[in-house]
Ligand binder design. Structure first.
Ligand code: HEC
Length: 159
């Protein structure tokens, strides 16, 4: 038996092992024969909307400066202890480029539904591994979350 013949079955079993968790959704996908690969790619990319109420967050062009100013104030009071505005990590990831990495819906869902996202969203879970800390739940209104998103867009030079 050559090395390749061994390598492929090993990869396949490693893949199924990784996909095996206690999430009933993936158990169902397994039994219907749908592959896990699709889920992984969609959940981690910019197209992922994350998990929560926000399914469609409309953006304005140019962005809304008043909302961004309010978002900046909330950032200073509640987020700056753990997040820098550069791409440098503090306790959590730096916010520079976050609007290129994540969809508006993902960001809004993460801010308002942090615990569920950290438990179930693959991209959010990957960050816990990198940061070694779970972001605490933030008690913000939907409006405040939207203002923070606008501030993130401003910080990323979006218009
Ligand atoms: C005690 C530290 C802490 C505070 C305070 C905090 N965060 Fe976080 N945040 C984290 C950590 C750590 C992560 C990475 C995910 C994880 O490990 O839980 C994170 C991740 C994020 C992400 C995802 C970033 C990305 O690059 O994908 C967003 C968005 C976010 N936080 C928003 C906020 C907002 C908005 C506030 C303030 C209202 C805030 N955070 C306050 C620690 C914090």
């Amino acid at each position: 038996m050559n090395a390749k013949a061994l390598f492929i079955p090993t990869m396949i079993s490693a893949f199924f092992f990784m996909g095996c968790n206690n999430n009933p959704q993936s158990a169902k996908e397994g039994s219907t024969g749908k592959t896990k690969t699709d889920t992984v790619v969609v959940s981690q990319g910019i197209n992922s909307k994350g998990i929560g109420r926000f399914k469609d967050v409309p953006l304005t062009h140019p962005l809304d400066n008043t909302m961004a100013e309010n978002g900046k104030e909330i950032y200073g009071a509640k987020c700056s202890a753990c997040h820098k505005l550069t791409d440098e990590k503090l306790v959590g990831p730096g916010w520079k480029g976050v609007t290129d990495r994540r969809s508006p819906e993902w960001i809004m869902n993460f801010i308002t539904n942090t615990e569920v996202m950290l438990d179930k969203d693959l991209a959010a879970q990957a960050e816990v591994v990198t940061c070694l800390v779970r972001m605490p739940k933030q008690d913000l209104t939907d409006e405040q979350a939207r203002q923070i998103l606008e501030f993130m867009r401003q910080n990323d030079g979006k218009n």
